[in-house]
Design a protein around this ligand. Structure first.
Ligand code: ADP
Ligand code: MG
Length: 580
């Protein structure tokens, strides 16, 4: 706590120093400050989409230029002051970013980066060819009365952006952005609408860049396409974030100060060599310190990101869980909660799943077993909408759900784990479960209570502030199960969840599953070998070569000769194959 106060004290001192220079500094210092804080503002914006969300953009300057043009038009044609032009520019940035984001964020990593690069070039060409604001020759724009005024506004804008980014990283939205960055598939499985959330981040970052552009034209009083969409600003923005620490709240500030100080010092002494030295330095930082200066700072224990909505509450103070709708229905009714008919999918020539029916009833477990490559994991992908079936349909709670996005199914109550563990490397144990809980609960208090309860149940509460890679493999799987349970699933799909667990950990999972089933959850558990779940399973379904070859109560199925042959045969012939 005192650490936080010191950190905010330092931040306040830095801002106060900026304000003092802006007010009392000479023109040269005020202009230098303006440029540095403008780059910090742009760095904060770039960091939202490229750092927090993980979508590296090479065209953020598109929105800087757009903001500059919109502000210029507003100032010229409506004779509006900067404080009207800037919000209009931000709005324009957001409005343009919305459709662009909807398209571009369908692209993966490098294609998004390149697409954004192309966008900046296209915007520059549009600005040149349209007659408005002087075409390629540019135009003058009403300029600020003094550079000191510009610097002051920019210092405050950058400070506000930093505070906003700090708040973002302590919010539900920030949690979702980081989850997407770490593992978008796992985020979907946790009920996060990854596409929409990415578009929101993109719009926020575009709005911030547009504000930077609007204040830039107000400062220089002149605008032409090549300076509005210059690659130099793009590069400087990226360099600042990389130097400071990508994906961290304070990286843009630290990087901005260091780069500004260095380039000013270099410029004064070696004006010709400045760019070369700076470039070499960046290469050094990229190689020697991939996490930027923030990695060194956080190694000292400073400026650490506090777990979102933590710490947990004391579980003994929580009220008992109210029985929910799922449990109140009489289990004797035997209405299936999930029923899949004729599911099938082929990958090229491989028919991975063929004509499979799956029926799951509330409050009981169905075990799915079969040799490696039998199509078990693929079947789960079809049920949970991570893959689209070529044929067949899935009905859940009486409704056809085939074709719904995976996150929507997760929210409705089909939760899953993955055969190869998919945890978020940079989210704590607490945040991992909170992410899923916050997909379900509207209020912070409810999400925190649910997260606390589930972590206490699987006995991971003591590890709440740890990162997944510090947990032993069995605990990692337990955490993934806890994340799925946080969705309060009516159907829980476990893909070889107990593989590699100690007997004690398996007992914990069994306890958690019994508990969930007592609340009415239907569990479908894939295991490679039956003993891990036989004590809990009511029915067993055996897959081989994508088809159901047997089903029934465990003892019956295990003595079925077809099963013994398929199972043992495949197991012994190709022990190391498949298992994706
Ligand atoms: P299991 O989980 O039972 O071990 P899987 O469902 O992982 O089996 O795989 C079933 C078959 O489908 C395997 O032959 C596998 O190679 C194939 N398969 C699974 N996913 C894909 C994919 N995305 N593309 C191509 N083939 C796939
Ligand atoms: Mg599998």
């Amino acid at each position: 706590m005192t650490g936080r106060i010191v950190e905010w004290g330092i931040f306040a001192a830095v801002v106060a120093a900026g304000v003092a220079v802006a007010i009392f500094g000479s023109g040269y210092y005020a202009q230098t400050l303006f440029t540095a804080t403008m780059l910090i503002l742009l760095a904060v914006g770039w960091n939202v989409i490229s750092g927090f969300t993980g979508y590296v953009s090479f065209g953020q300057v598109s929105f800087f230029g757009l903001g500059a043009y919109v502000a210029a038009l507003v100032m010229i044609h409506m004779a509006a002051p900067w404080y009207v032009a800037a919000p209009v520019a931000a709005l324009a940035g957001i409005i343009v970013a919305l459709p662009l984001g909807l398209i571009m964020l369908r692209l993966n990593g490098i294609f998004f980066a390149l697409g954004m690069f192309g966008l900046a070039r296209i915007m520059e060409i549009i600005a040149s060819s349209l007659g408005i604001t002087g075409g390629p020759m540019g135009t003058t724009v009403p300029v600020a009365q003094s550079v000191n005024e510009c610097a002051l506004v920019m210092v405050l804008a950058a400070a506000a952006a930093l505070i906003a980014s700090y708040r973002l990283m302590r919010s539900r939205l920030g949690l979702r952005l980081m989850a997407i960055r770490d593992d978008a598939v796992a985020a979907e499985a946790s009920g996060v609408n990854t596409w929409t959330i990415k578009v929101v981040a993109f719009c926020i970052s575009a709005g911030i860049a547009a504000i930077g552009g609007s204040l830039y034209v107000w400062n220089v009083g002149y605008l032409d396409p090549s300076s509005a969409f210059t690659g130099t600003i793009e590069l400087q923005t990226i360099l600042i974030v990389l130097t400071g620490g990508i994906g961290t709240v304070w990286g843009p500030l630290i990087g901005g100060i260091v780069i500004a100080a260095l380039s000013t010092a270099l410029w004064a002494r070696f004006p010709m060599e400045e760019q070369i030295v700076l470039g070499a330095l960046i290469m050094f930082i990229a190689v020697a310190m991939p996490g930027g200066l923030m990695s060194a700072v956080s190694r000292l224990g400073w400026l650490k990101r506090a777990p979102i909505w933590g710490p947990p509450v004391d579980p003994t103070t929580l009220p008992p869980v109210a029985t929910d709708e799922a449990t109140s229905g009489a289990p004797a009714a035997r209405e299936p909660v999930l029923s899949c008919r004729g599911l099938g999918i082929r990958f090229g020539g491989v028919v991975a799943v063929k004509d499979v029916d799956v029926t799951a009833y509330p409050a009981e477990m169905l075990a799915i077993i079969g040799p490696n490559g039998a199509g078990k994991s693929t079947l789960f992908n079809l049920i949970s909408s991570f893959a689209l079936p070529s044929v067949g349909e899935v009905s859940f709670a009486g409704h056809k759900v085939s074709g719904l996005p995976a996150h929507a199914l997760a929210r409705r109550g089909i939760a899953r784990t993955f055969q190869t563990s998919r945890l978020f490397p940079l989210l704590t144990v607490w945040e991992t479960v909170l992410l899923a809980a916050s997909s379900l609960y509207a209020t912070r208090a409810d999400a925190v209570a649910a997260t606390t309860r589930i972590l206490a149940e699987v006995r991971l509460l003591d590890h709440w502030a740890e990162y997944p890679d510090t947990l032993p493999p069995g605990r990692q799987r337990l955490l993934e199960i806890a994340r799925a349970l946080a969705l309060k699933p009516r159907v829980l799909l476990l893909d070889e969840a107990m593989a590699g667990m100690s007997a004690q950990e398996i007992e914990r999972v069994h306890a958690a599953l019994r508990h969930a089933m007592a609340r009415g959850t239907a569990v479908i558990a894939i295991e490679h070998v039956l003993p891990a779940i036989a004590p809990l399973a009511r029915r067993v379904q055996v897959l081989d070569f994508g088809q159901t070859i047997a089903e029934g109560i465990p003892r019956q199925v295990l003595s079925n000769p077809t099963v013994i042959e398929a199972y043992m045969g495949a197991d012994y012939e190709e022990p190391a194959h498949g298992g994706a």
